[in-house]
Design a protein around this ligand. Structure first.
Ligand code: 9MR
Length: 501
């Protein structure tokens, strides 16, 4: 008889008495240490077993059986974008394609990612609309599908290309106003389309009692660095946005369109970057994955498969990386068909698995391994912040040994790998509020700071100093803020000294 492992378990389960079944299942549990015995045979099942979803971008004319078989999540590739469904006054129209996709997902027990509410591109009738009209659209779209949409991309691609770390200079971001001219949009008096859209979306979700989580999504934000080790300023800017608006943002999508553009390569610090966002308490998704098969001069086959393996592993190794979505089923049906970046060849419902498919399945089947993040989630949050997910692993950083009185104290937590690390430094005000802070620490010899976020750094080796930026200098009594830096070398035994101003 030719039966799958799952079918075999079912046959055993119905035929044998309970005592025998216990013995059999413990034998299965022992066997499951070896990958072959426990291996799932679809991406969907293997991912579910590892505690994440594996999804696909989909269109109504391509809802072949493979969609529900291989994938546990679906993102409408184009059918939920404003140019399809928005009227100029923020109403809905032409929702047929989107409805078909949501219904298909529901009947196949798949999660849906709504894509996307606020975007400079494919804006259709909403192009040039005011924030009030965007808010109307946000309300209508979220309310139409409610909790049937597990995740909504509220804001898509807000940041400029070419690693500048700036917001786009296009509608809707041209509506932003930097009241005090300090270069950000985070202060009271500033106007920020990102903030205002998320506030509106959160209100709608809460008023409707929906379970929908709200995401920000972008590309070229995957690594801590880009080609040549240059800091990824776009990723740092996204990090600052999530950190500042954490009470409204539940999830972050790294699109993960990997190719040989210097800002779009796969870097060794991908996992560390996923980890630092996860440490903010948000879920991280690799939301639109495709990998150019000529990346790093690797040709079709093993090179691309290995790259897929690396990317999937980086997600699996971070507990709050809760989903991976590929941007289409097969190369020929992809928006970037010339890069052959997906997991299948073929088309029109008849697909063949590539080496990359087998690599992804194999990696998913290995599971998460020993995922014990070494950096704690950010727990200091305004009162409106939703509770931190109870599945978040507890912090491993020891509290300061001497409790702060006045002034400030600082603790460091590390996420290290061979040859490098990310340090997250938590600054806590004492019994009185502070309006600024400086943290000084001495790095081991041979260790160098390469990248800093949410602080101004002075010095890169030996004794280095970090001081607050404009938006995180003021800390209320007993409250905390965080900054981070990345370095080469090792960083064990750092003793930060905090001075308040
Ligand atoms: O895959 C989508 C393609 O069919 C559309 O023509 C294109 C139009 O902009 O959008 C593609 O999807 C994009 C996604 O919505 C946002 N991230 C980048 C994706 C590829 O451009």
């Amino acid at each position: 008889m030719n039966s799958s492992p799952r079918q075999r378990r079912k046959i055993i389960g119905t035929a044998l008495p309970a005592a025998v079944l216990m013995l059999v299942s413990s034998a299965v549990a022992v066997q499951s240490v070896g990958p072959a015995a426990a291996a799932e045979t679809t991406l969907r099942a293997a991912a579910a077993k590892a505690g994440l979803f594996f999804g696909v971008a989909a269109s109504p004319n391509r809802l072949y059986p493979i969609v529900g078989q291989e994938f546990g999540q679906l993102t409408p590739e184009n059918d939920m974008k404003p140019d399809r469904i928005a009227t100029s006054s923020g109403g809905l129209q032409n929702t047929g394609g989107a409805d078909t996709l949501v219904n298909h997902a529901q009947s196949n027990n798949m999660l849906v990612r709504g894509h996307t509410l606020v975007w400079h591109s494919q804006a259709g009738a909403l192009q040039g609309a005011s924030q009030a009209t965007l808010n109307t659209f946000i309300g209508n779209a979220i309310n139409r599908w409610g909790s049937r949409i597990a995740y909504w991309d509220v804001v898509n691609e807000a940041l400029e290309d070419n690693n500048t770390g700036r917001r786009r200079n296009q509608w809707p971001h041209t509506m932003n106003r930097d009241a005090n001219g300090d270069g950000d949009f985070f202060d009271a008096g500033d106007t920020d389309v990102i903030r205002d859209s998320f506030i509106r979306a959160k209100q709608v979700v809460q008023a409707g009692g929906y379970t929908t989580k709200l995401c920000i999504n972008d590309y070229d934000v995957e690594g801590l660095t880009v080609q040549g080790g240059t800091p990824n300023r776009k990723a740092n800017a996204l990090y600052d946005i999530v950190r500042n608006y954490r009470q409204y943002i539940d999830c972050v999508g790294f699109q993960a369109h990997f190719n040989d553009n210097p800002n779009s390569i796969i870097t060794d610090d991908l996992q560390a970057n996923i980890q630092r966002f996860a440490d903010l308490g948000v879920e991280v998704h690799l939301s639109e994955v495709d990998i150019d098969d000529d990346l790093s001069n690797n040709d079709i086959g093993a090179g691309q498969a290995e790259n897929y393996r690396k990317v999937v592993r980086a997600c699996l190794n971070v507990a709050k990386c809760t989903g991976i979505t590929v941007w289409g089923i097969s190369d020929s049906e992809s928006w970037r068909s010339s890069e052959r970046g997906l997991l299948f060849t073929g088309g029109n419902g008849s697909y063949q698995k590539k080496a990359a498919y087998h690599a992804v399945l194999d990696e998913l089947n290995k599971g998460r391994g020993s995922v014990t993040p070494t950096t704690p989630p950010v727990t200091t949050a305004p009162p409106t912040t939703p509770p931190v997910d109870p599945t978040t692993p507890p912090p491993t950083t020891a509290p300061p040994t001497t409790p702060p009185t006045t002034g400030c104290s600082a603790t460091v937590s590390l996420n290290s790998w061979t040859g490098g690390f990310v340090a997250t430094v938590r600054v806590t005000a004492g019994t009185a509020p502070i309006s600024g802070w400086t943290v000084r620490l001495t790095l081991p010899s041979g260790t160098t700071v390469t990248n800093t976020w949410s602080a101004n750094a002075s010095g890169t080796s030996g004794t280095v100093q970090f001081s607050n930026v404009n938006y995180n200098g003021a800390v209320s009594a007993g409250q905390s803020t965080e900054f981070g830096f990345q370095g080469t070398g090792t960083a064990t035994g750092l003793t930060p000294v905090c001075t308040a101003s």
